[in-house]
Design a protein around this ligand. Structure first.
Ligand SMILES: [Zn+2]
Length: 116
């Protein structure tokens, strides 16, 4: 659900529902809007030193495009779940990214065959 979030970030309008409004304000801190495209901001932190070494932005992918992107990325090579998550998550963000990719690769006949 990125529609209300984009609306808030563009024109500052919040939904009437207080609970939803609060959620959107919270979410907006993790997002930026650039030329009409929503990006999710991610802090890159070194796990050992807890040192922040940069902030990366990845495109928020609308749900309707998720399958297209997965198919086109997966079409080149059957990367398997972990690699696929690495590639996609470095460029995009969408809700339930891990779950969707896991399910997608798990349902791919090529990958299932390759495992055997
Ligand atoms: Zn595959």
């Amino acid at each position: 659900m990125t529609g209300p979030l984009v609306k808030y970030m563009m024109i500052g309008e919040l939904p009437e529902d207080e609970k939803q409004a609060r959620k959107i304000i919270f979410q907006s801190e993790y997002h930026i809007l650039k030329e009409g495209v929503l990006y999710r901001v991610r802090k890159n932190q070194n796990r050992k030193s807890q040192l922040l070494f940069g902030i990366s932005e990845c495109k928020v992918l609308p749900q309707c495009l998720v399958m297209d992107i997965l198919k086109s990325y997966h079409g080149f090579a059957h990367q398997g779940i972990q690699k696929m998550i690495g590639i996609i998550s470095s460029e995009f963000w969408f809700e339930n990214l891990y779950g969707i990719i896991k399910k997608f690769v798990g349902a791919c006949p090529g990958c299932v065959k390759g495992k055997k």
